[in-house]
Design a protein around this ligand. Structure first.
Ligand code: DC
Length: 227
């Protein structure tokens, strides 16, 4: 790929929780030497800040105000980190509490407006792989490659459960599965930028695929398209 093509390259990866978006997106970004932008982490940072300030998640004006005034930074060094008003929240935003809170916050139009602005600024830095729920449909509608990743509900819950167990959390697979179904419902049914594949997205099912296999498939699609 020529350098100027690489600088302008945008790969959008959307899909439900546990479909493998972030692991696959990170590997694609590394192999193609692009930035990786985890937009879910931004919504998580706003949910974290709202809870930390004792704001009721149902209080849309106050949560929107938090989104407008909070500095959210994604640090793109080797081990990516997430910063919220100068605090490193990389681990804190992965808690079950935040996972349960975040879909409520992500449904608010003003929150999305502010974070989409930040996401587009991130994309303006150069070639990017961005993952989320509305990247192909809304954030980067002109992305060259749009992927919608899925996996069976059981496989998605199992993956998320394994991550939590590895992180030392004592949780039941059934509990993770129910939380995930609730979150997917909230993300799919909200009015503003709901989770859905873009018309021109390639839908890929990651069930039974390795991360490397799926990344190779996306890279092949990208290079094929860039002839
Ligand atoms: O990908 P994740 O699990 O970290 O996302 C956290 C939440 O944020 C999830 O409930 C969906 C929401 N989200 C969104 O609405 N739009 C995005 N672009 C990214 C995430």
């Amino acid at each position: 790929m020529k350098q100027e093509q690489q600088l302008a390259l945008q790969i959008a990866i959307d899909g439900p929780a546990g479909a493998g978006k972030s692991t696959v997106a990170k590997l694609v970004a590394k192999q193609l030497n692009l930035f990786y932008v985890d937009t879910g982490a931004m919504y998580r940072a706003i949910a974290y800040k709202a809870l930390k300030n004792g704001i009721l998640l149902e209080d849309e004006p106050s949560v929107s105000q938090i989104a407008k005034t909070t500095e959210v930074i994604l640090d793109h060094s080797e081990e990516q980190s997430v910063w919220c008003d100068g605090e490193n929240v990389t681990l804190a935003i992965r808690s079950t509490e935040i996972s349960r809170a975040v879909s409520i916050v992500a449904a608010y139009g003003e929150v999305r407006k502010r974070l989409v602005e930040l996401q587009r600024k991130e994309a303006a830095r150069g070639g990017v792989v961005m993952d989320g729920r509305d990247i192909g449909t809304h954030v980067l509608p002109d992305a060259k490659i749009k992927i919608f990743l899925t996996a069976t509900p059981h496989e998605r819950a199992r993956r998320r459960w394994m991550e939590l167990i590895k992180a030392g959390k004592n949780v039941l697979l059934e509990e993770v599965s129910q939380d995930m179904q609730k979150r997917d419902r909230q993300d799919t049914e909200r009015e503003v930028s709901p989770l859905e594949p873009a018309e021109d997205a390639v839908i890929l099912d990651t069930t039974g695929y390795s991360v490397e296999g799926m990344a190779a498939k996306i890279i092949a699609l990208t290079l094929e398209d860039g002839r």
